[in-house]
Design a protein around this ligand. Structure first.
Ligand code: ZN
Length: 199
């Protein structure tokens, strides 16, 4: 797996579990791991969950490896879901193990505007709280409309998951749709040239 530039982090504004899975980008042998080293992982944590958590995450070799293992499990579950396949048991076990690492309590509270909000407090090491939060984000996605609207982008060279909340949305991002149109134009042109016609 190659290591990319932190400026190219694939953040689409999707549900957290979807963003987490998308850190594993592309298909072998051109797989790119946006959690590939500790600094990248920290940049992703800052972008997805905030600078405070990223700064608190020490990123020991074990914590880094376990974060990537959890990500691979979440990725495998989303991939099975978009293909309508049975969810792999090993990945389910991995997600459950991450949630079990910390104790958590939920409370119903009011925000500054007086609106109700559910606050989750987790006790444990930063790396364990991070894993639990990401694993719970996947659990919160299961069974929601977004879970059945999960898609994988068909854009050329793209493999990002996204939630097709509108049935007309076919790509992860307008730039992918644009690249797909360009690729289709190129293919039509190639075919026309092969058959001796103008495109
Ligand atoms: Zn795409």
């Amino acid at each position: 797996m190659s290591v990319p530039d932190p400026d190219e982090l694939p953040i689409l504004g999707e549900a957290l579990a979807v963003e987490f899975a998308n850190t594993r980008y592309g298909q072998a042998p051109d797989l790119i791991d946006f959690l590939g080293d500790r600094e990248l992982a920290r940049a992703w944590i800052a972008a997805a969950l905030g600078r405070e958590l990223a700064d608190a995450w020490r990123g020991s070799p074990v914590a880094h490896r376990e974060l990537r293992e959890l990500r691979d499990a979440v990725h495998a579950l989303l991939e099975a879901r978009v293909h309508g396949a049975a969810l792999p048991g090993e990945a389910l076990t991995r997600v459950n193990a991450s949630v079990a690492k910390v104790s958590a309590t939920r409370s119903l509270e009011l925000d500054t505007q007086g609106e109700a909000l559910v606050r989750t407090r987790r006790r444990g090491k930063t790396a364990e709280r991070l894993e639990a939060q990401l694993a719970e984000a996947l659990m919160e996605l299961v069974g929601t409309p977004a879970w059945s609207q999960l898609r994988r982008c068909p854009g050329p060279g793209c493999s990002l998951f996204f939630v097709a909340a509108h049935h007309r949305r076919r790509f992860c991002h307008p730039s992918c749709s644009h690249r797909a149109r360009q690729a289709a134009y190129y293919r039509r042109r190639q075919r026309a040239q092969e058959s001796g016609e103008s495109p």
